[in-house]
Ligand binder design. Structure first.
Ligand code: NAD
Length: 487
């Protein structure tokens, strides 16, 4: 497969000739060397996207949609290969890639393929004698920066709405796991996306990413990643006041009430934090348990956590793979040390597994710990299979614990009470609330956060609108002479 940069429809070497080594996180093995884009490559790609934009925007929306639909079909046909690439590159278990990552990618491109010709403007009731309508126009060239936790799926979340709305894209995949995105680039060429409409430039954040965020010809930058980098993106965007969409970190509260269906809550809460090794911005990383069911819940939950099968991501039996990089493993282990120093009680995990077969990979055991509400590990995003437990007596306490965060992305609650469920859904400060479920996503439903989890939305109509700018057009229908300066 291609390992070069996709610029203006041509796979090419980086101008400065740099390479990035891509590593298999399950065993530290070298997977590939890919071209490393730097500022001068970003300039070329942005120029290509700018040149391609007028024709792309003028193309019938239906035809743009058809290309996205054809792409979705090709991805579906390549499910096995893409799942394998994603598993090798990120460490996601192959079963998760087959059941979630690839199908969700297909669904997303398909949704926006269908959406392309459904974005309508408005007619606004203004003064008599005038017609005012608002049309939504594409922004032009958009920059997109994708992280390493769901590189394949996030490529579709970013590209789908942007392309459907008539923008051209310069996308920087993560330096850590770029392979599935490069393969998507190949499939896009195969189905006939015109040159320059999509440009894919793997590179490092400080160089390629920063330059893309600063670029004066980029009209919008869409970023998923850490809150710290999100702040740098906002600063970098100031030069030309480009639009910014940020999907940043989270510290998801997951509340289990006394009246919850316990087996469902245990299984759902495990999925909330352990799926993808906890490397998800929406992870349910703070378990908030009613004190009357806490012991019964934890007995089952910790038992389940200890039974999760860690192993080779390509083995269909594996339920949890490695973290995606050594740097990230060190970060999660560091948080284990911080928790110990702050007096947390570990119920399981907190260390790398003893199994010698996993010694060269970046594995960590599923970790459950009791920590005080204001401990560091209850406030900062750990981004691993690492979940804190606190308990409450009253609904008011549960809500206060849930909202004790600067983030506000995913949140969940488990209860049989309809009225309590609705009250909490109204009062939790988060962009998404799951009731008796966790981590459901769909391309039709807006995804994004409150507070330091960012702004703007991915998916759904919200995302399409965020990739356009409204233009208000006034028509003097009566052809009257305006009452000013008449002679
Ligand atoms: P990061 O935010 O630094 O990297 C994410 C993406 O941003 C990568 O593509 C990277 O190349 C790019 N980037 C980095 N610096 C940049 C810059 N100055 N300008 C433009 N682009 C830049 O994340 P990380 O260091 O890999 O992970 C750190 C923490 O971030 C994690 O522990 C986790 O808490 C959080 N994170 C969140 C998400 C999410 O889905 N919201 C994804 C990845 C990481």
């Amino acid at each position: 497969m291609q390992t070069k940069l996709l610029i203006n429809g041509v796979w090419q070497d980086a101008q400065a000739g740099g390479k990035i080594a891509v590593i298999n996180p399950a065993n530290g093995a070298h997977l590939a060397d890919i071209a490393e884009a730097r500022a001068e490559d970003v300039d070329l790609a942005v120029a290509a996207a700018k040149k391609a934009h007028p024709a792309w925007a003028a193309m019938a929306a239906h035809d743009r949609g058809q290309l996205l639909l054809r792409l979705a079909d090709r991805i579906e046909q390549e499910t096995a290969e893409l799942a394998r690439l994603e598993a090798l590159d990120t460490g996601h278990p192959i079963n998760d890639c087959l059941r979630l990552d690839v199908p969700r990618t297909v669904l997303c491109f398909r949704y926006f393929g269908g959406m392309a010709d459904k974005l309508q403007g408005d007619v606004v009731p203004v003064d008599a004698g005038f017609l005012n309508f608002v049309q939504r126009e594409p922004i032009g060239v958009v920059g997109q920066i994708v992280p390493w936790n769901f590189p394949l799926m996030f490529t579709s979340w970013k590209m789908g709405p942007a392309l459907a709305a008539g923008n051209c894209v310069v996308l920087k995949p993560t330096e850590l796991a770029p392979l599935s995105t490069l393969r998507i680039g190949e499939l896009m060429q195969e189905v006939g996306f015109p040159p320059g409409v999509v440009n894919i430039l793997p590179g490092y954040g400080q160089t390629a990413g920063q330059h893309l965020a600063e670029h004066p010809d980029v009209g919008k930058i869409a970023f998923t990643g850490s809150t710290a980098t999100g702040r740098r993106i906002v600063e970098a965007s100031a030069g030309n006041l480009k639009k910014v969409q940020l999907e940043l970190g989270g510290k998801g509260p997951n509340i289990v009430f006394e009246d919850a269906n316990l087996p469902a809550a245990v299984g759902g809460s495990a999925f909330a934090i352990f799926h993808n090794q906890g490397q998800a911005c929406i992870a349910g990383s703070r378990l908030i348990l009613h004190e009357n069911i806490a012991e019964a819940f934890l007995e089952k939950f910790v038992g389940l956590a200890k039974s999760i099968r860690l192993g080779d991501p390509l083995d269909p039996q594996t339920e949890m793979g490695p973290l995606t990089s050594k740097t990230h493993l060190d970060r999660v282990l560091h948080y284990c040390d911080v928790a110990r120093k702050e007096g947390a009680e570990f119920l399981c995990g907190g260390k790398q597994p003893d199994d010698p077969a996993l010694a060269n990979g970046y594995f960590i055991e599923p970790t459950v710990l009791r920590a005080k509400p204001d401990d560091t590990v209850n406030l900062e995003e750990v981004f691993g299979p690492f979940v804190t437990v606190t308990t409450f007596k009253t609904d008011a306490e549960a809500l206060a614990l849930a909202n004790n965060t600067r983030y506000g992305l995913g949140s969940g609650l488990w209860t049989a009470s309809l009225s309590r469920a609705h009250q909490f859904a109204n009062n939790i400060k988060a962009g998404m609330v799951w009731i008796n479920s966790y981590k459901r996503v769909h391309p039709a439903s807006p995804f994004g956060g409150f507070g330091e989890s960012g702004y703007g939305r991915e998916m759904g109509f919200e995302a399409m609108r965020d990739y356009t700018q409204p233009k208000s057009v006034w028509v003097n229908v009566d052809a009257q002479i305006p009452p000013f300066y008449q002679r």
